[in-house]
Design a binder for this molecule. Sequence first.
Ligand SMILES: [Zn+2]
Length: 294
Amino acid sequence: MKKNIPNRTKKVLNKLFDAAENPSQLFLSDGERMKALYKMIGAKAAGWQKPVSCMYRGCSKPSIAKSHTIQRSGPISQLLEDGHVVTPRFLDGELKIKSIGASDASTFPGFCSEHEAIFRPFETTSTISTREHVDLQAFRTICREIRRKRYDIQHQESLLADLAARLEDMGNREASRRKIEFQSVTVNGGAFGRLKEAIERGKQVIDRLENLYNLHFDAIDKQSETQLAGYVAQINIAFPVALSGIIEHHAKSGNISTWIAGVIPQGGGTLMCGLFSDRDCARKVLQLCANRIL
Ligand SMILES: [Zn+2]
């Protein structure tokens, strides 16, 4: 059934559709938009170091402000220049390389003081030299990625809520200007739809990360070995980077493998490690690396 929509209603709808496709129209001026953007970036940067609930299973104590994803005494100290390292940071709306103090490098609030102490055995040594060290490093990396992803989603959700409120305001404003009764608006497509999809994808990444956490946790709780499969190798080439993070590999078949990768300079060389949720994936990645090198 085709309804005749009055022209003035069409104008309001078109305005709302345009804004849903291009949310910059939801701000009254470029100045207001930039102000909102800077406020959001500032709040995100400041909130990252705020305490959360401890990420050790079964513990709900507040986390202490800083946990190092890569221990400070070893790998980071090798990269220091005048007490600083460089790290990627989101600044003024752009990704920039920033020089920061070693005490701030690679930190996140993840554990209460009691559980932060479990990292002490390898935090105080300058090398990752035992199975226990590798397990602890992997655990901290998984926790950091879960925390980071949850934090990103939290901010994407508040951005979505802010844009939805602005769209609602615009609907009210435009409708009252044209003397039309306006109740509410819900948008599924356009920039709103893309943001909702990004949030949904982020939640799926968290599910995969939590799977890694569950497969690995017993190794930390000392009940059994990790159920993750992988490799650890010390090579005699010193790379000038220290990283420990998660790689998501999207295969053409649609399968997604999530694994932990570490490149950590130590002892004049570099420790390389990869830990996977299943042996099949570990074998395939090792084969791929070997083929590229040979
Ligand atoms: Zn705790």
